[in-house]
Design a binder for this molecule. Sequence first.
Ligand code: FDA
Length: 301
Amino acid sequence: MSLKDFFIALSENQTLNSAAQKYGYQLGAQTVVAGTNIDEVVESIKALNAQGIACTVDNLGEFVFEKSAALAAKEQILTVIERIHSENLDAHISLKPSQLGLDIDYDFCYENLKDIVALANEYQIFVNFDMENYARLHPSFELLEALHAEYGNVGTVIQAYFFESDDNVERFKDYRLRLVKGAYKEDPSVAFQDKVDIDRKFIDQIEYHLLHGKFTSIATHDHNIINHVKQFVKEHDIPNEKFEFQMLYGFRTDMQVSLAKEGYNFCTYVPFGQDWYGYFMRRLAERPQNINLVTKQVFNK
Ligand code: FDA
């Protein structure tokens, strides 16, 4: 088992997830999670906004198998939207359909998403659907299309590692899209496994959406890709209003600030909440060196 597989397996472990909720932040998650409640995350957003950085706010949540948990998540997200509006924050919402009940019942999930998108639409706040594993891809796209037809303020993520992702970039070219490499462990029958293949697809899709699509969020910590994009937009006269860079809260913070200072739109993905364990383990799976973040927290107390 590779280290990546090991951390992915941990991220999917429900018992450890519950234990982590009980024992709080001790594993060092506070470096990459912007607060455990709404007041804390609002302060983190204000601090980022003060540096010219926008935010996309994710109310962390996994393993939602009960309707009550999905409804609680919905209420939490509605409260975040109210706070973004009332405090005039430069922020929008990221959410995962599974957290709003996708694994329980499609129609129930649709109604929950609709309440969120409708309120956000009233305040002209954008809502982004994060993309999860392959099994949830197509149901999530269907929900997205239904809501996009009714309200314009929704977009999604395309994960470059899927064989079908070129088609999906084309299918959603009129949407605001976040382009990423892809974070989950996927079967070789549906997704590229090699970094070289994934990087190539990722670059192709970024270039395509920058040239032909609506607004593009380029979500990566990879400086080679970021430098490539900088060069590409210059050569093709693509204005800064057409795209932004995104990174996760707590990663390459200096680079986040310097990209904003250089005049690029920059948006930080700001996760918050009690349910941080799975998120945290996936970040370790992507880059085991991130474990440095953990050890620093544990030993520098
Ligand atoms: P990758 O991990 O491939 O690293 C490439 C190189 O960049 C490294 O070799 C290193 O040189 C450098 N580097 C990377 N991280 C570094 C660090 N912390 N410090 C120093 N150097 C570093 N996935 C998904 O499946 N669904 C989703 O909805 C999302 N959403 C999302 C939002 C945002 C804002 C981001 C940034 C990412 C996601 N992802 C995601 C995760 C994404 O799919 C991907 O798994 C991670 O971003 C890791 O890939 P990178 O492109 O960042 O670089």
